[in-house]
Design a protein around this ligand. Structure first.
Ligand code: CMC
Length: 427
């Protein structure tokens, strides 16, 4: 008869245990009872990089990596990308349901009200070097926001949490735009609250001597990209936000940890790395030689592969579609040809097929950002704007989850045993 349990026999002692299985999972703490003696600590699992460990139960994002499915709160990503606005998706992620017209209008107004930042923020942004990486500026400035809003430490007050989440959603594009202007030596443009979320951000970024003339196709394309990046369950940056947030620090500090994690080339920094890779390849004729260096392990095909997706990343399919819409407006990005050829060759190559390596969300997004006029080192900032509602939704879910405590993994100590201190002259 089938039972929702796992029987374990410890061959060290001959003892047997029956562990409950729930939601396809055993509780790691249930292993602790498996001991060789009374003073044994108990059995642990060793899982570097969390390859097979669920750190939480979550109702936000569903991914089926084998079948290439991504849903936010149950809604397929394809439908949200086609029909929703970014703030609507943000509301959905944070509140769990799509907003009514009234709720959405109120949400949009709240966010609009908080787009301004304290002018002192402009002062320390000015202190960054002219060539400071925009992700470094962003993570520093978002962390610093906690000093402007000391009330943000009241994380157990739902109204306060709501206010800080609105502030983060509202101010991140403003700071991101300021970082862009700083890199170019352009004066900061403050929010124009007559514009919508995306229009305002684009205006703060690109306007020169008057309102930026909007291209609605490009703005919608940017909005779709933000929606596609809005959440992706327990990825590296989200785990960072949850882990740092589990210390009960304020959300500005927790989100700045997420931005730091996203900065890395294996995570959000991959969109920047893809463009650098395409530049390095230079011409189609150099692709086979490049693929060889990847197969020999001295390079990675950036924008390919994913810890969870083992078939085409559904976001990449949508990004590729958006790319063509954008290029109709901006003219073809000449690097597209190299990217397409790279993809074609990789998808036919045994190395990539065997390892189930397909283009991920970052493979084509950089080409779009470049065509829109963003510099390469700025791409990950756009990812961060998109991911902010996901970080916030996950942060709040973590705080409200009775199972959660301060995040604190175990280790297997492999260092020296006890030894006596050796004075410096005898070493
Ligand atoms: N190019 C060449 N080989 C690769 C690649 C790649 N992009 N990705 C994985 N592999 C190989 C890897 O060398 C290993 O081969 P072997 O079994 O012979 O040692 C095998 O595939 C499994 O790779 P892994 O490193 O164990 O896989 P992972 O789940 O730890 O890494 C990843 C996932 C996304 C970090 C990795 O695929 C990668 O580095 N990709 C390039 C960077 C990238 O595009 N990152 C963006 C991810 S999507 C957006 C985001 O999360 O921000």
């Amino acid at each position: 008869m089938s039972k929702d349990t796992l029987s374990v026999t410890d061959n060290r002692t001959g003892r047997s245990y029956e562990l409950p299985v729930s939601e396809g999972t055993i509780r790691a703490m249930d292993l602790r009872q498996i001991k060789t003696s009374d003073d044994d600590f108990g059995l642990m699992t060793y899982d570097p990089a969390f390859m097979n460990t669920a750190s939480c139960r979550s109702a936000i994002t569903f991914i089926d990596g084998e079948r290439g499915i991504l849903r936010y709160r149950g809604y397929p990503i394809e439908q949200l990308a086609e029909r929703a606005s970014f703030l609507e998706v943000s509301y959905l992620l944070i509140h769990g349901e799509l907003p009514t017209r009234e709720e959405l209008d109120r949400w949009i107004e709240e966010v609009r009200y908080h787009t301004y930042v304290h002018t002192n923020i402009t002062k320390f942004l000015e202190g960054f070097r002219y060539d400071a990486h925009p992700m470094g500026m962003l993570l520093g400035a978002v962390g610093a926001l906690s000093t402007f809003y000391p009330d943000a430490k009241h994380i157990h007050d739902p109204a306060n949490r709501h206010l800080q989440m609105v502030r983060l959603l509202a101010k991140l594009p403003t700071i991101a735009a300021f970082a862009f202007r700083h890199s170019r030596g352009l004066p900061f443009v403050f929010p124009d609250n007559g514009l919508d979320y995306i229009g305002n951000y684009v205006n703060m970024t690109f306007s020169i001597g008057g309102r930026h003339q909007p291209n609605k196709v490009l703005q919608r394309a940017l909005e779709i990209l933000l929606i596609l990046h809005a959440d992706h369950e327990q990825n590296c940056s989200t785990s960072a936000v949850r882990s740092v947030g589990s210390s009960h620090v304020d959300p500005f500090s927790a989100v700045s940890a997420g931005i730091a994690a996203l900065y890395g080339p294996l995570h959000g920094g991959a969109n920047e790395a893809v463009l650098l890779m395409l530049d390095e390849i230079g011409e189609k004729k150099n692709i086979p030689a490049f693929i060889e260096t990847v197969k020999q392990g001295s390079d990675r095909l950036m924008g390919f592969g994913h810890r969870v997706y083992k078939s085409y990343d559904p976001r990449a399919t949508l990004v590729k579609k958006v790319a063509y819409e954008v290029f109709e407006q901006t003219g073809l990005n000449p690097k597209l040809e190299i990217a397409l050829e790279l993809e074609r060759i990789a998808l036919e190559d045994e190395y990539f097929i065997k390892r189930k390596l397909y283009p991920n969300v970052d493979f084509y997004s950089g080409l779009i950002y470049q065509a829109m006029g963003y510099p390469t080192d700025y791409f990950t900032v756009l990812f961060a704007i998109g991911r902010t509602p996901g970080w916030l939704a996950q942060w709040q879910e973590m705080l409200l989850d009775k199972d959660q405590k301060i995040s604190r993994p175990r280790q297997i100590y492999i260092g020296e045993g006890k030894r006596e201190f050796v004075p410096i002259e005898r070493r």
